[in-house]
Design a protein around this ligand. Structure first.
Ligand code: 13P
Ligand code: SF4
Length: 378
């Protein structure tokens, strides 16, 4: 057993961190060999298998996906193939957990590399959220409706579901906020402060009606008077990939490419969202850029694999650039390699299931409630 697959560039090695070790025979394979073997395993498994792929996955993996999409669309696709026994999720851990909760009883969800997590999801732990809820109760803050971004662990979704809240994704966050405000006065939004702030601000909620709850501080480190006036209580979490985008990058790209349009994911900081021309989920970004007039030039503020693919598919009619000229890599998404995909598929052919993601029974019910609410909110 070797711990790191020797097929990365120096940059990637530096950013990738530790990935799940593979048996020696799955290391050092050529791209061609992996392509042939993955295709063969898929053929053998036939309709028993469905592969889902998030837009941030790399080309060598996503080309094998039966369905691609953003988090919302992929959650919907889980129900599209009830005949499949195995759902191989090429994405990150929280996505596979959601798939397990939404899947039929007989279906098994598999994440090719168990180390494919999400640093933002790790920024809220169940005990921190429980303490926050208790402290809000102690402070006698009325009418709080919790919303968790889908980028969170099942235990967090279950907590929110049990307390009358919902899950949202970047494509239905505004609708989720409207839903919540029809039920209560304030929203506790976890774990991404930027998605919460950007979405609420766009809906007309002022910045001084928002407070940031720091889980490492007593009572979130929030001033009680500001809390009383606040409509949004934003958890102090963020995506380390999207936090890299800056206003300076937007200024530079506008200088270099006059007429460029800048489109960003709502996980970017507020100042960056304000300086951009447009903002939306990965699905929205792809649709908007694809449907733009020929000759358009775009700078895109999201993960580099999505941006590169968009650039290739739309050239030469449209020019698509990464807003970060060094490219922004989600190193945990990148952990899902073709080698890992090949390994789980060939093992399935042999009747062995590896890396199954199973949400504990005590969390399933309320996680399902919260996810069903999300799917019903348009
Ligand atoms: P989308 O839901 O827009 O695909 O975003 C998922 C994600 O992890 C972005 O960082
Ligand atoms: Fe998590 Fe950010 Fe990667 Fe999305 S891009 S999976 S939020 S670390």
């Amino acid at each position: 057993m070797t711990s790191i697959i020797p097929l990365l560039t120096e940059y990637e090695k530096e950013h990738i961190g530790e990935r799940q070790p593979l048996p020696e025979r799955y290391l050092g394979l050529t791209d061609e060999e992996m392509d042939v073997r993955i295709a063969a395993a898929r053929r053998t498994l036939g309709s028993r298998l469905v592969i889902l792929g998030h837009h941030y996955q790399r080309d060598e993996v996503i080309k094998f996906a039966d369905y691609t999409g953003d988090s919302f669309r992929l959650a919907r696709h889980v129900a599209a193939r009830p005949d499949a026994d195995y759902i191989v999720f090429c994405g990150v851990h929280f996505m596979a957990e959601s798939a397990d909760v939404l899947a039929a009883e007989h279906q098994q969800v598999i994440l090719p590399d168990l180390a494919a997590g999400c640093s933002m999801a790790d920024m809220v732990a169940p005990d921190q959220l429980e303490r926050c809820w208790e402290e809000l109760t102690e402070m006698e803050v009325p009418g709080v409706v919790p919303i968790t971004y889908i980028n969170s662990a099942a235990a967090i979704k279950a907590f929110v579901g049990e307390r009358g809240g919902t899950v949202c994704t970047s494509s239905n966050a505004a609708a989720a906020l409207r839903w919540a405000f029809s039920r209560g006065e304030k929203v506790l939004f976890v774990p991404d402060q930027h998605l919460g702030r950007n979405t609420a601000y766009r809906m007309g909620i002022a910045l001084d009606e928002m407070v940031v709850w720091d889980p490492d501080e007593i009572f979130g480190g929030v001033d009680p008077d500001r809390l009383a006036r606040a409509r949004m209580i934003l958890w102090k979490g963020h995506c380390s990939v999207h936090a890299r985008f800056s206003v300076a990058q937007i200024v530079a790209v506008r200088r270099q490419h006059p007429g460029v349009r800048v489109i960003v994911h709502p996980e970017v900081p507020w100042e960056v969202a304000q300086a951009a021309d447009d903002m939306g989920s990965t699905e929205y970004i792809i649709k908007t850029v694809t449907n733009s007039p020929a000759g358009s030039v775009w700078a895109v503020g999201t993960e580099v694999h999505l941006v590169n693919r968009l650039a290739q598919s739309l050239a030469p009619e449209r020019t698509v650039l990464s807003l970060d000229r060094f490219g922004c890599l989600c190193s945990t998404m990148f952990r899902v390699s073709p080698n890992h995909l090949l390994w789980v598929l060939e093992e399935l052919v042999e009747g062995r299931v590896h890396n199954e993601i199973v949400v504990p029974a005590d969390q399933k019910h309320w996680t399902r409630v919260a996810l069903d609410r999300m799917l019903s909110i348009q």
